[in-house]
Design a binder for this molecule. Structure first.
Ligand code: FE
Ligand code: FE
Ligand code: ZN
Length: 302
């Protein structure tokens, strides 16, 4: 079966998209996800056009379909906010991000729907809808994938019903899809170990055709913990076999799957950590858990 798999990779001002492609290839990936700048702030450098062109050539050569590549919007963007200044800032930033996606030839942007910060679910959802209508003011262009959230604090997009409310009330909702995050689903209270019935429920409320991306993460916490702490594949409460079932699910084979699992520390310290993706992807391709993965990662990067 065709498997479209990658991970979060870096994007730097100097190397641009070319650096991201090279990093993805170094892990054996055929797709990837990146922030167009630092995830925690909204400063964005201009895009280097020649690096983008080089990146596209390299993707064509190496068999990465750019349609599977994903941008993640910075997580401090909050469309649900009641603060007018913050709301306008979020809308304008997202408009810029849509423009950058166009420049980079990327079709999909993953977005955390937002947190209502005390004004309540209904008003928060209304603000998100209003914001998305302002951002998606044209019929054509990159698609925004609303990420399913863990329900930490006052996060919205924690239930399929909330996701559906947003989608059905946005005018150009042909430009809206969903990004399922396995850790977030678990932490929100969905039983990802019973993925067929989860998909059935999603299909009834939102529609399977709306799935645009899947984040594959194990979770450090029990179901319904509302925590949002990702764990390496096979080391969390979801487990390797359950994640493999999701990754190889017949109904999801066309959907890009992205790992956002934590970096591994070599000496137990926090200052030197290394990406697990090359080894996690190898395990996923083999459909077999590697008992020595942590050791293998440490040896590889030593
Ligand atoms: Fe996310
Ligand atoms: Fe995610
Ligand atoms: Zn998360």
């Amino acid at each position: 079966m065709k498997l479209i798999i990658g991970s979060h990779v870096s994007y730097t001002k100097d190397d641009g998209l070319l650096g991201s492609v090279k990093e993805a290839l170094s892990y054996g990936e055929n797709t990837f996800m990146f922030y167009t700048g630092a995830p925690q702030n909204t400063y964005r450098a201009p895009i280097d056009k020649s690096k983008t062109e080089e990146a596209i050539k390299l993707m064509e050569k190496e068999g990465i379909d750019i349609k599977d590549v994903i941008i993640h919007a910075p997580y401090i963007i909050n469309l649900a906010t009641a603060n007018e200044e913050k709301f306008n800032f979020a809308v304008n930033f997202l408009k810029q991000e849509v423009k950058r996606a166009r420049e980079l030839n990327i079709d999909k942007i993953v977005l955390h729907p937002g947190s209502h910060v005390g004004i309540g679910e209904e008003k928060g959802l209304e603000n998100i809808i209003k914001g998305l209508n302002l951002v998606l003011d044209e019929k054509n262009g990159p698609i925004i994938c609303l990420e399913t959230m863990a329900g930490k604090g006052t996060e919205l997009g924690t239930t399929f019903k909330q996701i559906n409310t947003i989608i059905k009330n946005v005018k150009n909702n042909n430009r809206l899809m969903v990004c399922l995050d396995t850790c977030h689903l678990n932490d929100a209270g969905y039983d990802v170990k019973n993925f067929d019935s989860l998909l059935e429920e999603f299909d009834k409320i939102v529609g399977l055709e709306k799935i645009g991306c899947i984040h594959i993460n194990d979770s450090k916490n029990e179901i319904a913990s509302h925590k949002d702490r990702h764990e390496n594949i096979g080391l969390g409460t979801i487990g390797f076999d359950n994640l493999i079932k999701i990754i190889y699910h017949e109904k999801l084979k066309e959907i890009p799957k992205i790992l956002e699992t934590p970096y591994i520390s070599i000496d137990g310290g926090k200052d030197r950590t290394y990406p697990p993706y090359k080894f996690e992807i190898e395990m996923i391709r083999n459909k077999k858990y590697n008992e020595n993965i942590l050791e293998d990662i440490r040896n590889y990067y030593k």
